[in-house]
Structure formats: C-alpha cells, structure tokens
Design a protein around this ligand. Structure first.
Ligand SMILES: Cc1cc2nc3c(=O)[nH]c(=O)nc-3n(C[C@H](O)[C@H](O)[C@H](O)COP(=O)(O)OP(=O)(O)OC[C@H]3O[C@@H](n4cnc5c(N)ncnc54)[C@H](O)[C@@H]3O)c2cc1C
Length: 520
C-alpha cells in the first residue's frame, strides 16, 4: 500500500480503473460503507462531489441516540437497533468521539401532570433499551428525579420561580458529526480504500461509473463489481427510481454566556404538544446549540440549506419559556439547517418517513442505494448495504467485522483521560493526538506553543489540527478546514478570525510538498 492510499486526497489522479466497489457520497453513510467494504477484503473507491461531510452529516444535532423516540412510536426493532449501535459507538468503535451527555427535562408549574408522567415513563423505557442493548450504567447512568435545587445546580439559568424539579437522563453526544465522518473515512483509507473528494459521479450502473474530477475537469470511467449510492438527499440524481421529499431541521448557535453555566442539555417542552421538545445542547467548544425544527421543503435540493426567520423565532420562543433571561436574536451568533432524506417509493403514491429508518434499494441498472437512517446507525446501514451487494453481485467478501473494529484513535475513556497529549487534540483525535502534533512539527518546523495556540478565546482551533487536516484528511481549501475538519464556520464572526490561520496551514503544507525532491 502506498502512502497516498492511506490518506484522503482531493481529485482523481492515480485512481484504479477497476475496483470491487465504488461508493458514491462521503457523508457518514458512504464513509461507513467504504469502511465496511474495505474491511471485508474488497477493493474500494469512495468519492464525494465536494468534500467529506459536505451534506446532511454536518448539520445534525450531534447526538448518538438510544432510540427513545421510536419506542414512543411503538417501533421496538428500530429503537433496539439504535440503542445497540449507540453502545457500539460509545464502548468499542469511537469512545474518543462520543461522550455521555446528561439531559435535564425541567418540570415546572405549567407542565400538566399527564405530561410529566409520560416523560418519566419514556425515560424509563429508554433505560430498558439501554439494558437490553447491554450498555452499562457506567457508560450511561440510569435516569433519576431531581429536586428544584439539584436542577438549578446543573442549569442555573432556568426560571427558578416556577421550577418544581426535573428528570435527568443520559444519551450520547458526538464531539462533532463531521469529525466522525472524517475519522470513519480515514479508517477506511487505512484499510486500503481509495478515498477521494472533489470527484462527482455523473452516471452509474451496477458495473460502471463515470466520475468527473472537480480539480482538473477530467472524466474517468471506472469498471466495478458494485456501486453503492450513498448520496443522501441527492440520491435521486444518480438513480431516478429513488424519490425524496426532504424536510429541514434548523439549529441556532449561541455563545455559552447566553445561558451561563448550563452544564447539561436541557429538554424544553414545546408548549401545546404532548411529547415534543426543543433541545438546548452545550457543545464541547463552549457554544450552545438550540434545535430543532421540522419543515417540509419543496423544489431543488440546495447544496447548503438555510434556516428561515420563522424557524429562528420559533426556537427562541420555545426556549424563552424555560429560562429567566432568555436568549434574544442578538445572542444568535450562528444558525444552520440540514435536510432529512424522506423517501417516497416510486410507482406508488405512498410517501413514508424513512429518515429514521434506513432503506436499501437496488435499481434496474444494478445500483444499490442506501438512504435514510441516521448518524447513530451508520455502521448497521453499511453492513446491510454490503450484505445486499454481496447477495446480488456474488462478490466474494469476508463477513462484516465493523462492530468490533475501533476507529482510528479509539481507546477506552479512562486511557484517554490519562493521556499527556494536548486535551483538545485528544478530544478530537483520541490516541492519534500524538500523530497530529508530530506531523505538524515535522511539516512546519514550528514550536509547540505556536502549533497549539487557540485561534482566540472563543475559538479553540489550533494550527496543529489544521495542518494535519491538509496532510492526512484531504482538506484542500479554507472551506474544508473551517467548515468541515473544524466547525469554526458555524459562527461567521469566528470564521473570519480563523481564516488567516487556515490559509497559513495550507501554505505551510504546500511549501513542504513543493520543497520535496519527489512526492510519493
Ligand atoms: C437537522 C438534522 C439533525 C439530525 N440530528 C441527528 C442526530 O443528532 N443524531 C443522528 O444519529 N442523526 C441525526 N440526523 C440524521 C443524520 O444526520 C443523517 O441521517 C445522516 O447525516 C445522513 O448521512 P448521509 O451520508 O446519508 O447523507 P449526506 O451526509 O448528505 O451525504 C451525502 C454526500 O453525497 C455527496 N454527493 C451527492 N451527490 C454526489 C455525486 N453525484 N457524486 C459524488 N458525491 C455526491 C454529497 O456531497 C454529500 O457529501 C439529523 C438529521 C438532520 C437533518
């Protein structure tokens, strides 16, 4: 295996002309499929028209769900699957990227007793799911009731005068959704998959794909044993039998100071509904997200969806019901929206919400589409997609092994806590934190204080991780660095401040590459 194959690279120079599997789309689904196929011993080419995590996968709530919502809808099998996959992510494959998140549902005078009873019963059901999925209470503690003082200790900004207490439950929270995608893609590359960005599939059948290099404009034909279409809300562009009706979900971004010392996620009941909540989600970088809406979208699918004013107002209004000094529009330093792929089955009038389930469809021409699901269940989606591919094509493949295969950088949380590497790098790269720093030192010749200095008080991003994103993670330009390898772009003002450092990282790496006598 050459060094290039182990790294994610932009463009199509040097790709093989024949592989076992071509994966189209490098959101979480495509990255997961690439990893599953590569670890079954298949040769893999995985491409994205733009960049890793360019689509829906970077606009999520960054939660690793246990399936409580499906339980409430009586969908036990999906709920169980979700809880099992959550446990795998938290305990085996990505303990470095998923942490236990305490979630507080405040109970106040305005909340009818029927609703509080339903909420508590639901949280208990969630705990049963945890146990049946064999996730320990050490990983995700049992839910418990809090009195008003305990609730206020965890979220002092809550309205104290009407607070009666609260329920505390636990779920998984990702360090960052795009980082999970990047880590899965890099792990796939480490098992030999060719992972390429800036590479659009312009047409596909089950045995051939035409790809356009976004950097050179060149067109490449690749022969293949199977094509997996993992293009999310764009799936219908590659297979006209797949019809989608997306719906938009919006989050707001606040500074931590807008709801001071909020140490837990807060589930704010949506007035007038029986079981819907808005979520206040503190993030590892110090910001707070508030989500989430559900708005049907018509017309062409945009590359980057935008939140509407009405969604921003709605979320602020709901949050205002729970906090003493509610955030206002001035506190909203960013907002982002993602599109859920809701599948419509061609040939029928039936439209069904499959965004939370996944579907595997094989087209007339032999393309296998995997769509729906969620970040939490990406591994199972990939396993099912590859099983379908193997069944329909007869490709010789090993059994799936991803349920026991740690992603790059994974280690038990206690080991990571003992690490002497810089905390931010450990949080985002696990045991690869040392590799990130060593690479940055070698490439730039700079001292650690410069490589590890945060961009500003509000922006913890470092030069070391930006350099590594270019050398190992296929980052090609400032957008890749600030909008996907890191998430500075979620706050436009912070993005402006970080841009010079991103440019510097690109220049530093370009300098060393052109200084080398020959590049491998
Ligand atoms: C608002 C919101 C919040 C959510 N929150 C959560 C959550 O907290 N937890 C959870 O588990 N799930 C969550 N989900 C669900 C989850 O985010 C999605 O199910 C998942 O990200 C979909 O990933 P994907 O890889 O299928 O699609 P995408 O991430 O959209 O990836 C598709 C990729 O295909 C590429 N592409 C498109 N056309 C082509 C082409 N012709 N050639 C090459 N590449 C192409 C695109 O550039 C894109 O990168 C949320 C979803 C939404 C909308």
């Amino acid at each position: 295996m050459t060094g290039n194959e182990q790294r994610i690279t932009p463009g199509l120079v040097g790709i093989p002309t024949e592989v076992d599997v071509v994966v189209v789309g490098l959101g979480i689904t495509g990255a997961g499929v690439a990893l599953d196929a590569a670890t079954r011993g298949l040769s893999v080419l995985a491409v994205d028209a733009h960049d890793l995590a360019f689509g829906t996968s970077r606009w999520s709530s960054k939660l690793v769900h246990g399936g409580l919502r499906y339980l409430a809808q009586g969908q036990f099998a999906i709920a169980h699957e979700s809880a099992v996959e959550r446990g795998i992510l938290m305990d085996v494959t990505a303990p470095h990227l998923v942490r236990p998140l305490p979630m507080l549902t405040p109970v106040n005078d305005a909340m009818p007793r029927s609703r509080t009873a339903l909420t508590w019963a639901g949280l208990h059901g969630g705990d049963v799911l945890r146990r049946t999925a064999r996730t320990s209470a050490r990983t995700l503690p049992r839910p418990r009731r809090l009195n008003a003082t305990e609730a206020l200790n965890l979220a002092p900004a809550l309205r104290a005068e009407t607070l009666r207490g609260g329920y505390l439950a636990w779920d998984g929270q990702l360090e960052d959704d795009a980082r999970l995608v990047t880590t899965v893609a890099r792990t796939a590359a480490s098992y030999g998959a060719h992972v390429r960005t800036r590479a659009r599939a312009t047409s596909a059948t089950g045995t051939a794909v035409e790809l356009r290099d976004g950097l050179t404009g060149e067109v490449h034909a690749v022969r293949t044993g199977a094509v997996v279409n993992a293009t999310g809300v764009w799936a219908g562009d590659l297979d006209d039998q797949v019809r989608l009706r997306p719906s938009r979900g919006t989050h707001l971004v606040l500074r931590g100071s807008a709801l001071p010392e909020t140490r837990v996620a807060v589930m704010v009941p949506i007035p007038g509904s029986r079981a819907r909540f808005a979520m206040v989600l503190p993030q590892p970088d110090g910001t707070i997200y508030v989500g989430l809406t559900d708005e049907p979208v018509t017309g062409p699918v945009p590359d980057v969806p935008t939140p509407s004013d009405a969604e921003v107002d709605f979320l602020l209004e709901v949050v205002a019901t729970a906090f003493t000094t509610p955030p206002t529009r001035d506190d909203v330093v960013g907002a982002f929206a993602g599109l859920r792929p809701l599948l419509e089955v061609a040939g029928t009038d039936e439209s069904s919400d499959l965004s939370r389930r996944h579907a595997i469809l094989t087209s007339r021409t032999g393309v296998t589409t995997v769509v729906g699901g969620k970040l939490t269940t990406y591994r199972r989606m990939a396993e099912d997609a590859l099983d379908a591919v193997v069944a329909t094509t007869g490709l010789l493949a090993l059994p799936c092994r991803t349920a026991t295969l740690p992603l790059l950088g994974a280690a038990p949380r206690e080991d990571l806590r003992r690490s002497t590497a810089p905390t931010r790098l450990v949080r985002r790269f696990g045991t690869d934190a040392d590799l990130v720093l060593t690479t940055a030192r070698e490439v730039t010749g700079l001292r650690d204080d410069e490589l590890l200095a945060p961009v500003s008080e509000d922006v913890p991003v470092t030069l070391a991780e930006l350099v590594f994103a270019v050398t190992h993670e296929g980052a090609y330009d400032v957008d890749d660095l600030l909008d996907r390898r890191t998430r500075v772009g979620l706050v436009p003002a912070d993005r402006e401040v970080a841009e010079p450092l991103a440019r510097r990282a690109l220049e530093l790496v370009a300098g060393t590459v052109s200084a080398r006598p020959t590049d491998q």
